[in-house]
Design a binder for this molecule. Structure first.
Ligand code: BEZ
Length: 235
């Protein structure tokens, strides 16, 4: 039998376009989000426990993401009325880690045809042929995919990491630097490798103020947390 191949958008590519019905009305994606960052994420199914804990966490952090100029958009291959009933049940009945009465105000896409899920490589038949995996796409204000993270059905996402990724992407863009392992705002950052004409040697000799090199390819500088937050938080 012929094996079905689903496309997988990649980092650095334009986010595939689609029109969809959501719990907050129709959307044209990514056009409706021009000028903003978006976290587009899929969940396997409504009325399931891991997804419920994730939705409550996303909703509780929505203002933190908005403060970083980032909107949330969810998707599953369930229908609109299922989405509405599930979100109402979450608000009325579910308590998790001190969160209760949680209202989900960001759009949740209905994708019963799986058109969007397939376009974004959210279907992974080895894991499930009827449910999307837990995919997370970070899309920048110009509509380019900047980071993709996948989790399986059985493991809920780490929301500290999702926020760290967003802050990291924004910081790298704003300051033209790179960020080392486990970076968090306030940690030292990596300065791009110096070009030609003696700049690398100058750096190694400590002649570039504020830059400390361990070798020609490993140079770091301080970037205070206030400076980072001042740039990436919406004013
Ligand atoms: C959950 O969200 O709990 C879940 C969804 C699909 C498969 C397994 C778990």
């Amino acid at each position: 039998m012929e094996e079905k191949v689903f496309s997988m958008p990649r980092i650095g590519e334009k986010a595939p376009e689609f029109k969809a019905i959501t719990t907050q009305g129709d959307i044209c994606f990514p056009a409706d989000y021009e000028g903003k960052w978006v976290i587009l994420f899929s969940h396997p199914a409504d009325f399931t426990p891991v997804c419920t804990s994730e939705f409550m966490t996303f909703a509780s952090m929505e203002e933190e993401f908005k403060a970083l100029n980032c909107e949330l958009v969810g998707l599953s291959v369930d229908g609109l009325y299922s989405h509405i009933a599930w979100l109402r049940t979450i608000k009325e009945k579910i308590e998790f880690k001190g969160m209760k009465n949680v209202e989900v105000n960001f759009p949740l896409i209905e994708d019963i045809t799986m058109e969007v899920a397939k376009k974004y490589g959210m279907m992974m038949p080895g894991e499930s042929s009827t449910k999307a995996v837990r995919a997370v796409f970070f899309i920048d204000p110009k509509g380019f995919i900047r980071t993709i993270i996948y989790y399986p059905l059985s493991l809920g996402r780490n929301f500290d990491e999702l926020k760290r990724v967003l802050m990291g992407l924004r910081t790298a863009d704003e300051f033209g630097i790179a960020l080392p392992a486990d970076w968090r705002p306030g940690d030292d950052v990596i300065v791009p490798t110096a070009g030609s004409c003696g700049t690398a040697k100058d750096r190694m000799d400590g002649k570039e103020e504020g830059i400390e090199c361990k070798d020609w390819f490993f140079c770091m500088k301080k970037l205070p947390k206030e400076k980072v937050m001042d740039k990436i938080l919406k004013k």
